[in-house]
Structures are given as C-alpha cells and as structure tokens.
Design a protein around this ligand. Structure first.
Ligand code: F6R
Length: 608
C-alpha cells in the first residue's frame, strides 16, 4: 500500500517528508523516495528497502528546499528496486510525480509515449507514464497539463506533482486512492493519510474523487473534474498519531484480525469473474497439472499450518494426495523431487529463508513452483512459475492473522481450480463451494461482532501456565495454528494434539482444571471428539469446545461452548481460527505483553 506526502512552505521540506514517510510505514512498503526543488533543479533520491536506506543516502547532502514530494512504494508494476521506486520524472527531469494506485490503461499510454513521442521509459512502473504524459501536455501551466494527462488515465490514483518551471506550486489529484491536505501557516501539505502530517497541523481538508488541487504555501484551491472551483471546509483532527495509524485499534494485531472480512473478500473477488475462478498469475494448464505425479506443500510457522489445511482441500476437491512439510525439514530431508514434481510454497513475506532455499533446491531438481504469497515482488514471487497473491494488504503485527485466512482461501480456490482441470468436479459442484466461500466474509464479521464470550474466557484464563488444544483431521490443524498464535503472543506454554493421540501419552498431563480447547466442527468425527472430551473431563480438565451453530448439543459435557456460524466442514478453519486469534490477543494484552512485537520474534525470518 503506497504512501504519499508533499510539502510546500518556508521550512526545509526534506526532514518533513522523511518524517511523514515514517508515519506511513505502517501501510507496508518495499522502497521509498523523495523529489525536491532546489537551486532551479528537481533532485530525486530513492532507495529500495527500508526508509533508513533513503536516510543514509541523503544524510550528508545538506539539501534545503521549500517544495518536495515523498513516497513509500508497495510494488505492483515491477519489482521493488531503486529504479522502480517513486518519484518518477519525465525525460528532462523537470516534472516529478508520486502516485498511489494503479493505472489500468498504462500499457496503452506507454505504447502511445513510445511510438508517438519517441519516449524511452526508464522503469517498469505504471507511474512513470504519468510524468511523461504531463510533460507531453505541458505548455506553461502545470495544472492544465495535469488535467489533460489525468483525463487520459483509467484506474485508481492519488497523485502529487511538482515542476521545475512552477516551483511555487504543488498539484494533487485523487480518484479512488486516499488523499488529504493539511493546512498550515505559510505552509501546506498533502498526504495519503493524516498521521503523515499530524505533527505539523490538525487542520485537514479531504480531497474527494476526481478532484484536482493547486497548492501554494499560502493558498489551496480545489477544482472538480471540469475545473470548476470547489469550496470545502476543513475539519480539525482530535486524535493523536498513534491511534490514527491503527485506525482506533489498540494494536495492529487487533486491527488486522478485524480486517479479515475485507482481506478475504478482496482475495476472493480478485480471483473470481462472473462467479468462476479466474487466476491472473496462475495460468497452469490441464496438461501441465496432469504431468505432475507428486505435490509438496512447504512453509514455516503459520504458513505451514495453512499448508496442512490446504492438503485436505487438495485431497477433497481435486483428489490429490499432497505431502506437506516444514521448509526447514524439507530442505535437509533429501526430498524426492524431479521435473514431475509441483512444489507449493506458502509465505506472507515471500522472503523466509528456509522456504526460499527449499524452493531453490526443488527448482535445481527440475520441479515447478507455485507460490501463495502476500508481498508483490518478493524473492519467492520472482523465482516461482505460478503465483497466487493473497490480497490482505500489509500485515504489521508479527503474529500472522489476516494473511493466514487469505492463505486458506488461496488453497480452497486452487484446489477447486485443480478439481476442474482434472475433471474431478462439475461446474455446479464447484459453484456450490464458491457460493459458500462468498458468505465467509459476513460470517467472520458476525464472529468479530460478538467478542464478549472470548473476552470473558480470556479474563478467566490469562494467568494460566499452560493451555492445550485438540482436534481431529482438519480440526487438529486448526488446533496447531491456535496454539502457535497463543504461544507467540501470550508466552503461555501450549501444545496441540490430534485428539486420538491423547491416550498414547499426553493425557498424563491432564489434571484438575487443565484448560483444554477442543474443536468438534467436523460432522463425521463429532462422536469421536465427544469421547475424547469425556476422557479429559473425567480427569478434571476445564473444556472449551468450538462447534458449529447446528451442532448437536454437548453443553452438559463441556464447561464452555463456542459456536461458529455454519459452513461446509472443509471451510470451518476460516471461521474457527477467528475466536482463537482473539483469545490469544486478549490474553496477551491482559498479560501486559507487547502484542505487535512479541519477544524474540521478527516479522520476516531471513536467516536460518
Ligand atoms: C506466526 C508467524 C510465523 C510466520 C513464519 C513464516 O504468526 O507469523 O510463524 O508464519 O515465520 O513467515 P512467512 O509467511 O513470511 O514465510
């Protein structure tokens, strides 16, 4: 999710832009850059990676400027690199542009610029065409040129433009991407989000869709699409920076748990066309799929747990028996791989070293790679043959939540697609499952709207020293993920087990008041789970059981029952994980932990 910021005024723009970009870091980014006007030139500095790289680059340059724009980029067109980072310029570097969004007709505009204007584009981005197009139309008035350029563009955009020939002006435009203006004294700002400028002003103007803004240090004029002036009253922000970034949530983890309905919906919508699966980057043919005689699924941590559930989906829908392995085991286990092998790699970051090295090992042996990834342009995506993007947006909290549900969704869609290619299911059967998937966002929402029970259980259990989880089949895999979530953010000792394994040793740990969370969402295994619950109840355990709303009544048997909305058994993980994420979250908060950054953990594990 790109972030933009711009400044015009009497102060030095550079530290204001850098500070603003820092405040937008939470949106996620892979590169950053600034453009400033200084000594009759537009100066551009940009860098791949963290903002500190950009800061180091400009550290000793003593830039001083009253006008500038800055950008944090979340790659969409073209990999993260210095070259693809914003701002982008026209050939003579007299115009600089930052952009958040996607220009959908960028290829058409690129062809026009290359063939009709003989312009050579330097980057792989859609944004660069905007700078050249503005230059093409520039006849001495920047605002007019921006109007003409924007009228040729289709897509979503929040754009900031500066021009060497009009150094007293900053132009901004918005359609479907966020843009606000900050009003200061002898200075004004633009940004994609209020936190970027909140330090300097609380006086904010919202820019609406299809509006253009001409900003000087003392004036702000908004125009509509037909260049008629628009009057808009500013409003005063009453909240502080911290809560603004987290949109009112106490932690990013909680915000991300709450973002799941939208994350799942985005991922679903992006991969469906007229109710049918339509993948953009996963063009596998029937012949290619039939040629594989082995499928491995690999990942680490939560991504691996998603793979465990994916294995069930591949079997149920496509009749494929996949092998799921932890990446750090797979790579040292002499896996049997050849050119008839498909390896499915799962990773939020796309940079986890064990997963990457497993991919490389598999490729060396001739396998094809399908990756389920969140970060566009990450190493995993660059080295894969087929890609499924989870479109959950940036995940800041170290504990993976919303991307886990998107990874599950990815597996369901891929498995249904494979079922079609392999003639394992007919269109009607596939539609039935897809229709059910479209109901999932609302069902997640309904769980999120009823948190009282989870909060109460958290307040009863947060001081517990150990919490166990059990289930069978797909419920066992969700028990693993629930336990991992609890461990990493609450630091409570926890394990998960296949309920049938209890009596082979682990039941020795169960004593009076041992808190056990059991999952009984699978109809064919319900009675087996009831027996397991009885076994541990007989030893004094305190049992909470997660069931579907339509489940048989076992309230007398358990201490607590937690109901999730009905869905097909294969899809229950999409719902049963939500209260477990909330439980881990509230327990972590009650224990006074740093929820978003748990001890000893990093968001992206790029070491072995
Ligand atoms: C757990 C968690 C980790 C990651 C694991 C893999 O909440 O976040 O277990 O799932 O480190 O990371 P990615 O998905 O980036 O490969």
């Amino acid at each position: 999710m790109c972030g933009i910021v711009g400044y015009i005024g009497k102060k030095n723009a550079v530290p204001i832009l850098i500070d603003g970009l820092k405040k937008l870091e939470y949106r996620g980014y892979d590169s950053s850059g600034i453009a400033i006007y200084s000594n009759n030139h537009i100066i551009i500095e940009k860098s791949k990676g963290r903002l500190t790289n950009l800061e180091e680059k400009i550290e000793n340059k003593n830039f001083n400027s009253h006008l500038g724009i800055g950008h944090t980029r979340w790659a969409t067109h073209g990999e993260p690199s210095d070259l693809n980072a914003h701002p982008h310029t026209n050939t003579e570097e007299t115009i600089a542009v930052i952009h958040n969004g996607i220009i959908e007709n960028y290829l058409e505009l690129k062809n026009f610029l290359e063939s009709e204007c003989n312009i050579k584009l330097k980057s792989e981005t859609d944004t660069e065409v905007i700078a050249h197009l503005i230059d093409y139309y520039f006849e001495g008035n920047l605002l007019d040129a921006v109007y003409k350029a924007v009228h040729r563009m289709e897509g979503a955009y929040a754009i900031g433009v500066i021009c060497k020939n009009e150094p007293d002006k900053l132009i901004a435009v918005r359609k479907d991407s966020p843009l606000i203006i900050g009003i200061g004294e002898n200075e004004n700002f633009i940004a994609s989000d209020i936190p970027a400028i909140l330090k300097h002003t609380k006086n904010i103007l919202l820019v609406e869709n299809n509006e253009f803004v001409e900003i000087t240090k003392d004036t702000i004029q908004i125009y509509d699409n037909l260049k008629r002036t628009v009057d808009r009253k500013p409003f005063e922000v009453t909240w502080d920076i911290e809560s603004a970034e987290k949109e009112g949530y106490e932690h990013f983890t909680l915000k991300e748990i709450h973002e799941q309905p939208r994350a799942v919906l985005n991922t679903l919508n992006h991969n469906l066309k007229n109710g049918k699966i339509n993948f953009e980057n996963l063009k596998i043919t029937k012949e290619e799929l039939q040629a594989f005689d082995k499928i491995y699924i690999i990942g680490c941590g939560t991504a691996y747990n998603a793979g465990l559930i994916g294995k069930y989906a591949l079997k149920k829908f496509a009749g494929i028996n996949a092998i799921c392995d932890i990446a750090s085991e797979f790579r040292y286990n002499d896996p049997l791989i050849d050119e008839k092998t498909l390896v499915i790699c799962i990773s939020q970051s796309g940079e986890t070293l064990d997963t990457l090295q497993s991919l490389r090992l598999a490729k060396e042996k001739g396998a094809k790679i399908l990756s389920i990834v969140n970060i566009v342009g990450s190493s995993l995506t660059r080295e894969s043959d087929y890609i499924f993007y989870t479109l959950g947006g940036p995940e800041i909290g170290v504990a993976s939540t919303k991307i886990f549900t998107c990874q599950l969704l990815g597996f369901y869609l891929i498995s249904l697609h494979f079922a079609k290619l392999l003639n394992k299911m007919n269109d009607d059967e596939i539609s039935t499952y897809i229709n059910e998937l479209t109901t999932i966002p609302n069902k997640i929402e309904s769980i999120l709207n009823n948190q009282d029970q989870i909060k109460k259980i958290s307040s009863m259990q947060f001081n517990n020293e150990s919490i166990f989880y059990m289930g069978r089949n797909i419920d066992m895999e969700i028990a693993y993920e629930s336990s991992l979530k609890l461990k990493e953010i609450s630091y409570i000792n926890s394990f998960a087990i296949g309920a049938g394994e209890l009596k082979h040793g682990t039941i020795a740990l169960v004593k009076e008041n041992t808190f056990v969370i059991s999952f009984a969402t699978q109809e064919n295994l319900f009675d087996k789970m009831v027996s397991n619950i009885k076994e541990i109840k007989a030893r004094g355990a305190h049992v909470l059981t997660v069931v579907k709303e339509s489940s048989k009544n076992i309230e007398n048997l358990c201490d607590e029952i937690l109901k999730i909305p009905n869905t097909f058994d294969i899809f229950t993980p999409l719902l049963s994980i939500i209260p477990m994420q909330l439980l881990a979250y509230y327990i972590s908060v009650m224990r006074g932990n740093d929820v978003d950054k748990p001890r000893n953990l990093a968001k992206s594990v790029t070491v072995e």
